[in-house]
Design a binder for this molecule. Structure first.
Ligand code: GUN
Length: 297
């Protein structure tokens, strides 16, 4: 199949935005506006773009947002101080510290410092623990939760499916595997998690009904690694040198899209697949944090 097998992440994200905007409107009736604060440390160009896109979407949906852009020389203590102030600010319902942070700051300490009820990224150990336990009261990390929604809303059958996740990062690979292996509706998959030390990775991939590539290796997934009809999800954003491109480089995913698309049953384009879903779930998590704050008050 060549045409018609694309999973349109932008369209599905837009559906979720409509639902989120309605929840924002219901909160407005009660005089509440969800508030999201971004914290960015240093000058990572990709982080600037991502935070800019998230801010724009917040504004469009009626979520108030602001960004603290801190210099790369910011100390861990200063960053922890800012988080402590945001944790007790009642106008702030969600706090997102954009990764990566500079090397002199311990990322794990930062994520542990965000109040779990404002942790719309789902990176606090309490939320990670709830995800592992299958407790739905926590926040799920935005990218894997977005992929889960993408699969559900594309009518992909997950229950009993062979899922292969490539990559074991804390942001995507590990939580993705946890979400899909839960004993619950739209989960119950048999999950294999492959990584840089996995032997015979091709043979694992070839078994997959659903193949999720989140390993950060340009065009790693080749057509010969995909079972005909499999659902292929490309999470990768890799900048590769390309002398023919305007600025000497271009972005490619973790999937060799041109050659894999004809083999796949369904496949995400990249861009326009997973990326918009990450933002949609972030907005959804933020509105949920605001709703929970109302109930809790
Ligand atoms: N960097 C890459 N993805 C993410 C994400 O989902 N959240 C944060 N905070 N940083 C990221």
């Amino acid at each position: 199949m060549i045409a018609g097998n694309l999973i349109d992440g932008r369209a599905i994200a837009e559906q979720i935005h409509q639902e989120t905007a309605q929840r924002v409107a219901r909160l407005a009736v009660r005089g509440i506006q969800p508030g999201l604060v971004f914290v960015r440390v240093g000058e990572d160009p990709a982080s600037k773009v991502y935070v800019g896109m998230k801010e724009k979407t917040s504004t469009r949906l009626g979520i108030s947002s602001r960004t603290h852009a801190l210099p790369a020389t910011t100390t861990e203590a200063e960053l922890l101080g800012l988080i402590a102030r945001l944790n007790v600010d009642p106008r702030v319902h969600g706090i997102l510290v954009q990764a990566p942070v500079p090397r002199h700051i311990a990322e794990a300490r930062i994520y542990s410092a965000v109040a779990p009820e404002k942790d719309v990224d789902g990176f606090h150990p309490q939320n990670v623990g709830k995800l592992m336990l299958g407790d739905p009261t926590g926040f799920r990390p935005c990218t894997p939760a977005g992929i889960h929604e993408l699969l559900i809303r594309s009518q992909v059958s997950i229950e009993g499916a062979e899922v292969v996740v490539l990559g074991r990062g804390n942001i995507v690979g590990k939580p993705m595997a946890l979400i899909l292996m839960q004993k619950s509706r739209h989960a119950n998959a048999t999950v294999t998690l492959c990584h840089s030390q996995t032997r015979h990775i091709d043979s694992h991939c070839l078994r997959a009904d659903i193949l999720i590539a989140a390993l950060g290796s340009p065009e790693f997934v080749k057509a010969s690694m995909v079972k005909p009809g499999a659902v292929v999800i490309d999470v990768g954003v890799n900048r590769v040198l390309d002398p023919a491109a305007k600025n000497g480089s271009r972005l490619v995913g973790d999937v060799d899209f041109l050659n894999v698309q004809p083999v796949a049953g369904k496949i995400t384009p990249n861009p326009g697949g997973v990326g918009p879903m990450t933002i949609a779930i972030l907005m959804q998590n933020t509105v949920r944090a605001a709703e929970m704050a109302v109930v809790g008050s």
